[in-house]
Design a protein around this ligand. Structure first.
Ligand code: ASP
Ligand code: MG
Length: 457
């Protein structure tokens, strides 16, 4: 068995949907399971509609909904489905009725709860999979629409619900295996799940990768294919550095590190369920299905280049907490982290000295509440418009002199914080955001001037 996960751009219109059908057709013998995201930008649009409705602009929200309906019907009709009174058009209309009810409810209440937000967002994947199932059927591929909400069982932390592994695994096997045995292609929604009580949840933006990983792990699949609009995982963001190379093979640890530090290709949580079962994940371009993409494996292969990729994250804020009371005392770090924990704000990079702690955050919604709390611990200063740059490579730890190469390449870019991750497969530092392009280009030039052809293309 294999799992084929399609991201929003890989199903954004009729052409993309036809490519999907061809991709599945070519892999029929491998017993594929389709896990799909919402079409194109649908999730953002749905969330926007929900907010618009809750802010009292009911008519505007209904108009936006009508546009969304229109675009789904239009692409489906280009493929000869959802034409008149067929099952697909009926299903789309039923969903739209439900969404209109939600919009009216939101407008009346004037408040958008995370629970209703999830209910609304779930329609993106529910709509896309209805269409995909029919597209496959029309191409002569027996397919069966599944309800991911019966399989991905989560806690009730709406918007970022966490799948409960044992129950989820059991439910996936129970619902998917009989369909696969009948030689049908199950079509499964990414991103959505439900609580034990059957209330719809979503598992975090970009969560379809995670869904695919859960399905692949439960089924002990041979491989999970992540179909995207990029050629694979690249040595760095090709929009910033056009010379970026495709990485043919990368380890799970490296990929997780990259995902966390801003590489757009994969959701970090994807990694875990698949890693545990040693199921490899391959990132592929759905517009170039014959290319080999990037394979993410559990193994660490030797690579001549100590750094495999450079990731970055913009919009970083550095917070410095200084307290002379810290000198020779203990318990300060605990108090500081408790504050971030309380506001559920993740900290990326930490550096400490005898009397100060510097931390970076990339989410500033609770910033001033956090600062108020931190001031009880020491003097606080906040420094915005920073960027984190992260060089990742399994071989970093065995290669003397890499830090020298990295920091020489940066020339006169001022480095504010440096950390070499505990896993010692990354070197991470903080710089001013406006120096980011030159820093990344300089680094890429010097780290990838020569490449190991077994690992890079
Ligand atoms: N459609 C969802 C989102 O846009 C999930 C995904 O794309 O993976 O976040
Ligand atoms: Mg999406």
């Amino acid at each position: 068995m294999i799992v084929c996960k399609f991201g929003g751009t890989s199903i954004q219109d009729a052409d993309a949907l036809m490519r999907l059908a061809k991709i599945i057709e070519a892999r029929r013998d491998l017993q594929p399971v389709v896990v799909s995201s919402a079409m194109g930008n649908t999730t953002n649009k749905l969330l926007d509609i929900a907010r618009t409705a809750a802010s009292g602009r009911q008519q505007h929200a209904l108009d936006l909904l009508a546009e969304l309906q229109e675009s789904h019907l239009r692409e489906a009709q280009k493929l000869g489905i959802a034409t008149s009174e067929d099952r697909v058009s009926q299903e789309i209309h039923t969903y739209l009725d439900e969404m209109r009810d939600l919009v009216k409810g939101l407008a009346a209440l004037g408040e958008l709860t995370p629970r209703v937000s999830d209910a609304m967002a779930s329609f993106g994947e529910r709509l896309s999979t209805v269409i995909i199932t029919q597209v496959l059927e029309n191409q002569g591929i027996p397919a069966q629409l599944m309800d991911a909400r019966k399989c991905i069982i989560t806690n009730d932390n709406f918007v970022n619900a966490v799948p409960l592994s044992d129950e989820t695994e059991e439910a996936i096997l129970k619902h998917l295996l009989p369909v696969i045995r009948e030689n049908k292609v199950p079509v499964f929604q990414g991103f959505i799940g439900s609580t034990r009580d059957g209330v719809t949840t979503t598992i975090g933006r970009g969560g379809s990768d995670h869904s695919a990983s859960l399905v692949g792990a439960a089924l002990n699949a041979e491989e999970i294919l992540i179909w995207t609009d990029v050629d694979g995982i690249m040595t760095t963001d090709p929009r910033m550095v056009p010379e970026a190379r495709r990485i043919k093979e990368i380890s799970f640890n490296e990929a997780a590190e990259l995902a966390y530090f801003g590489a757009r290709v994969l959701h970090p949580a994807t990694i875990l369920p698949a890693v545990r079962k040693k199921v490899s994940v391959r990132v592929l371009n759905s517009t170039k299905p014959d290319q080999e993409g990037t394979i993410i494996t559990d193994e660490t292969r030797y690579c001549e280049n100590p750094v495999k990729a450079i990731a970055y994250k913009k919009g970083i804020t550095v917070m410095n907490v200084t307290s002379t009371r810290m000198l020779m005392a203990y318990g300060f770090l605990k108090r500081i982290f408790e504050i971030f924990d309380h506001y559920k704000v993740p900290v990326d990079v930490v550096a400490t000295s005898e009397v100060s702690v510097s931390l970076t955050v990339d989410e500033t919604s609770a910033l001033w509440d956090i600062v108020t709390e931190l001031k009880k611990v020491g003097d606080v200063n906040v420094d915005g418009s920073k960027a984190i740059v992260c060089c990742v490579g399994d071989n970093l730890r065995n290669t003397p002199g890499v830090a020298h190469t990295i920091f020489s390449a940066l020339q006169d870019v001022n480095i504010q914080m440096i950390s070499q991750g505990a896993s010692s497969i990354n070197i991470t530092f903080v710089i001013d955001e406006d120096r980011l392009p030159e820093a990344v280009r300089g680094l890429h030039d010097s780290l990838f001037r020569e490449i190991d052809p077994r690992i890079f293309e």
